[in-house]
Ligand binder design. Sequence first.
Ligand code: NAP
Length: 321
Amino acid sequence: MTAYVPAERPTLYFIGVTTTRSSIMKVFPAWAELLQLGEVAIKGIDFPPGAPAEEYREAVRFIKRDPLSLGALVTTHKIDLFNACRDLFDVIDPVAGLLGETSCLATHQGRLHCYAKDPISSGLTLARFLPPQAFAARPPALIFGAGGACIAISQYLMQPERGANRPASLIVSDRSASRLSELKRLHQQFDASFPVSYQHIDSTRQSDALLAGLPEGALVINATGMGKDLPGSPIGDEACFPQRAIVWELNYRGELTFLQQAQAQQASRQLQVEDGWDYFIHGWTQVIAEVFELPADAVAGDAFNALSDCALRVTRQGATS
Ligand SMILES: NC(=O)c1ccc[n+]([C@@H]2O[C@H](COP(=O)([O-])OP(=O)(O)OC[C@H]3O[C@@H](n4cnc5c(N)ncnc54)[C@H](OP(=O)(O)O)[C@@H]3O)[C@@H](O)[C@H]2O)c1
């Protein structure tokens, strides 16, 4: 059992695996100053992936009861923590209930809320870089990797309020059949208005073929973690992106092989190539806004740019990850 010590000042927790190595530990104090949050703190809580349910419950019970522990950002353990602690949450945001996961805990008026912020943060990131007419010619989207990020991004793309601003179809590939079946089960609840094709693949050659089958202007996303969490890229060096494709690598650090493969064809194929920096900033700032009860404009527009510049400065000053 971990001995949790009551917080001495308003505290945000970061529940992950190796949280002390994350650059957010240096970025957060700089952001706290910029956002005028006062004397606040960030603390990491590390669990190995798939930790016992009682360990998640202990952490969540502590945050719920400790007056100065205001909330948490959750990575890696989003689904396991949600399942282990469901009865401890006073309020479950509908998207968290739908996706069966939580990336954000926040106490508001003594009640513990849980939220799934990933569809919001991935959506804000896409909205920032997608041209207004990105889907006007009804191109498809292709997502390599059917994990948590793919669930969030596809949920965003399927939202009915997007009207015609949606891809004509979606192709998702994964090397795990169970991930694809789980995604399909969730998609049936999202009420997608476009067809989805679930491709079980086990080779780079098959990924290359999926890419080769795309028309001009398609949205192509690497959500496999390859190039950061795993070496390499889902596609081979010979793979060809479609003309004028919009290519998004979800990570911003690591060897980023997929990003480099896209950049190598950027000029010849007129690609728009994006990395995961803005996604990282939106992911954190959405949770900070929720936990510290900031108005939406505190982390949007010019404020978002200032937070991003500040994080860049701090990370360049020598943070390790
Ligand atoms: N910038 C940001 O703030 C941000 C935010 C969210 C996510 N991300 C990044 O996005 C990546 C994905 O995140 P996630 O949470 O969705 O991870 P995840 O849940 O682990 O999903 C990745 C999926 O891709 C599959 N995969 C691995 N290699 C593949 C290949 N060659 N072809 C097709 N599928 C393959 C994995 O299968 P196995 O399970 O068999 O390995 C897994 O199902 C991570 O690297 C994460 O760091 C970045």
